[in-house]
Structure formats: structure tokens, C-alpha cells
Design a protein around this ligand. Structure first.
Ligand SMILES: *[C@@H]1O[C@H](CO)[C@@H](O)[C@H](O)[C@H]1NC(C)=O
Ligand SMILES: *[C@@H]1O[C@H](CO)[C@@H](O)[C@H](O)[C@H]1NC(C)=O
Ligand SMILES: *[C@@H]1O[C@H](CO)[C@@H](O)[C@H](O)[C@H]1NC(C)=O
Ligand SMILES: *[C@@H]1O[C@H](CO)[C@@H](O)[C@H](O)[C@H]1NC(C)=O
Length: 219
């Protein structure tokens, strides 16, 4: 029937649009979730989507951007998790003594993540007070000795060469909180405008999936 076949075509077009949309995201190392509130505590998973030219990943290091504190890695079995400390530029004086070091990077090693699988390397941390993109360099090492160093950031024209760094978009919750919200935003605060945009995108995505599913049923 003519109606039903055009519906099928439309449904498959929608499905391909959705699939293409997600696969382009998964080609690079990404932070999930990736929209956070300035100055708040946050948890994100750094997703390694593939190996090095088909070879398995045996170590992953996530470098902690300056200003990010209170870092705690997720113990990811069977990986060995190392917390690598670096000296603080400005030591912090507390009632119980001086803090001279901070977490510089986290390394998960001793794994064997095949190219046909992905893995999420989780971190929880406190964000600095800032607005805009926060870039995270991720160093991926593979069993063939190759490195994928995800360290590149966009140039002035917005293009990123080679292996892009993971990014978390940090927004200032207090600017868009029409309720005169809290002065110390946390991840549970009212969504900021950037969070709102991402939520609308997510909603749009679900609407597309819903429409595709409905059309499939009709076809
Ligand atoms: C591993 O990577 C090398 C290039 O470094 C490539 O020639 C080889 O085919 C890859 N091995 C597998 C199993 O994909
Ligand atoms: C930090 O450095 C100061 C000055 O060198 C020293 O007195 C203090 O004991 C150090 N604190 C820690 C926790 O190592
Ligand atoms: C966040 O918004 C508040 C209120 O508008 C402002 O005082 C503060 O400077 C902003 N912080 C940043 C990092 O932009
Ligand atoms: C990737 O980073 C590692 C660790 O810093 C370094 O030893 C290696 O030379 C880098 N490789 C490339 C291709 O950038």
C-alpha cells in the first residue's frame, strides 16, 4: 500500500537520523553527562569508545583540569586505579595543617578493553566557579604500544584537529535561576540555560524516537 510504504521510508529515515546522530558522538572520548553547574559537585563518566586501529586499550589516564578539586575515581574492575598527586600552586592552610598537593590525574591500567567494546571511567569532583567549556585531556594507550592522546581543543574557528579532548560545559546556575536561587549552586540546582538547551535536545530526541516507533507500528 502506498501510504504504508511512504510511512516506512519516513520511519527508516528518522531511525537513521537518530543512529547517525549518536554514532558521531561515540567516535571520540566523551564526558557523560557533560553539562554541569559552576562551583558544584559533579559526577561524569569518561567514555572510551574504541581502541587504537582495532587494538585493545590497556591504560587510560584522565588529566584533571586546574581548579577542579575533591577528585575521587570510580574503582573500575578489573582495572588498577592510580591517583596521581601533583604539587598545588598555592598550598591551602586548614586548621589541621597545610595541604600541598592535589590530584593531577587518574590512571586506570592493567585492563584489556577490546575495540568492539566501550568502557566508562567515572570520576566525582568539585568544579571551580567558571562558565564555559572545561577541557579534559584523556591519554589512551593500547596493547600495540600506540597512544590516542585526546588533548586537542578547538581553534579560533571552532575546528578541532586530530583527537579532541573531552569537554564539560559549565554554566552559572545563578544567572538563569528566576527564583533568586541558591548562591552556592550544586548539581541539584535549577537547570541553567545551557542545561535547558541540552534537555530540550534530549526531549527532541525522544520525540523523534517516539514518532519513529509510532510510524513503524503504523507501517
Ligand atoms: C593494531 O594496530 C596496527 C597499527 O598499529 C594495525 O596494523 C593492526 O592491524 C592492528 N591490530 C588489530 C588486531 O586490529
Ligand atoms: C606542606 O608544606 C609545608 C611547608 O613546606 C610543610 O610544613 C607541611 O608539613 C606540608 N604539609 C603536608 C601535609 O605535607
Ligand atoms: C554568576 O552569576 C552571578 C549572578 O549574576 C554573578 O554574580 C557571578 O559573577 C557569575 N559568576 C560567573 C563565574 O560568571
Ligand atoms: C601521548 O601521551 C603520552 C603520555 O604523555 C606520551 O608518552 C606520548 O608520546 C604521546 N603520544 C602522542 C602520539 O602524542
Amino acid at each position: 500500500m502506498k501510504f504504508s510504504s511512504s510511512v516506512t521510508v519516513l520511519a527508516s529515515a528518522l531511525v537513521s537520523a537518530i543512529l547517525l546522530g549518536s554514532s558521531s558522538v561515540e567516535a571520540h572520548v566523551t564526558a557523560n553527562p557533560s553539562v554541569a553547574v559552576s562551583g558544584g559537585y559533579f559526577q561524569s563518566n569518561f567514555r572510551v569508545p574504541h581502541g587504537c586501529d582495532g587494538n585493545a586499550t590497556d591504560s587510560v589516564t584522565v588529566e584533571i583540569p586546574k581548579g577542579v578539586s575533591g577528585v575521587k575515581p570510580k574503582a573500575t574492575v578489573p582495572w588498577i586505579t592510580n591517583i596521581n598527586m601533583v604539587p598545588l600552586d598555592t598550598p591551602i592552610t586548614t586548621p589541621t595543617g597545610t595541604i600541598n598537593t592535589t590530584v593531577g590525574s587518574i590512571t586506570w591500567s592493567g585492563g584489556n578493553l577490546l575495540d568492539s567494546y566501550y568502557e566508562d571511567f567515572g570520576l566525582q569532583f568539585k568544579l571551580p566557579v567558571m562558565e564555559g567549556p572545561l577541557y579534559w585531556s584523556v591519554y589512551q594507550h593500547c596493547t600495540n604500544g600506540a597512544w590516542n592522546n585526546w588533548t586537542n581543543i578547538p581553534d579560533a574557528s571552532g575546528k578541532t584537529a586530530g583527537f579532541p579532548a573531552a569537554v564539560i560545559t559549565v554554566a552559572n546556575a545563578t544567572t538563569t535561576d528566576g527564583h533568586g536561587g541558591s548562591a552556592s549552586p550544586s548539581t541539584s540546582s535549577k537547570p541553567s540555560s545551557a542545561v535547558g538547551v541540552f534537555q530540550s535536545m534530549a526531549t527532541f530526541h525522544s520525540v523523534l524516537i517516539g514518532a519513529a516507533a509510532l510510524l513503524m507500528t503504523m507501517a
